[in-house]
Design a protein around this ligand. Structure first.
Ligand code: ZN
Length: 173
């Protein structure tokens, strides 16, 4: 197991489209484990490949409560195949945009199709926080960040904050 560095806004890799995974081999299984280790360590409830610079369509999540055993979910090549008209507004955050939280509106229920770590195709429905988390993570595979759904004013405020931090980091190091 290995923890990987998480890329932060405005790293351009967070804006790139990730490639489909061709085959669930040992390399992909090791990557999924690294992603889970990185997510649990952060700690966070979801992580997508591009967030650690792996431009592959793979996401990991765990929405279990603190007093529950871990419930890791790994989705390879996930695709949303259906969504409800019902919209839910949820406060979202992102490990690549730390310490920032905003409400985002998304469909409350979705259907998703993906490949699991055994190479099987799985179809499942998701509601509530899981539905929101899956949509947030799949967005990462297409270079979309949740701040893209905010008003321009709010989004620009977040971008400026992280651009400034990035400049200071580069100067310092
Ligand atoms: Zn995120």
């Amino acid at each position: 197991m290995a923890k990987r560095p998480i890329l932060l806004l405005p790293d351009p890799r967070l804006r790139a489209v990730a490639d489909p995974v061709e085959k669930v081999d040992d390399g992909i299984k090791a990557l999924a484990q690294d992603m889970l280790d990185t997510m649990y360590d952060a700690p966070g409830i979801g992580l997508a490949g591009p967030q650690i610079g792996e431009m592959k369509r793979i996401i990991v999540m765990d929405l279990s409560r603190e007093d529950e055993p871990n419930d890791p979910i790994v989705m390879i090549n996930p695709e949303i195949t259906g969504m409800s008209d019902d919209i839910v507004s949820t406060e979202e955050g992102c490990l690549s945009i730390p310490e920032v939280y905003y409400d985002v509106e998304r469909p409350a229920e979705i259907s998703v199709r993906y490949t699991d770590l055994d190479g099987n195709t799985v179809e499942r429905d998701a509601t509530d926080r899981l539905a929101v988390c899956i949509q947030h993570e799949i967005d990462h595979l297409d270079g979309v960040l949740y701040i893209d759904y905010l008003s321009r004013l709010k989004r620009d405020r977040v971008l400026k904050k992280f651009q400034k931090a990035d400049r200071l980091n580069k100067k310092a190091g």
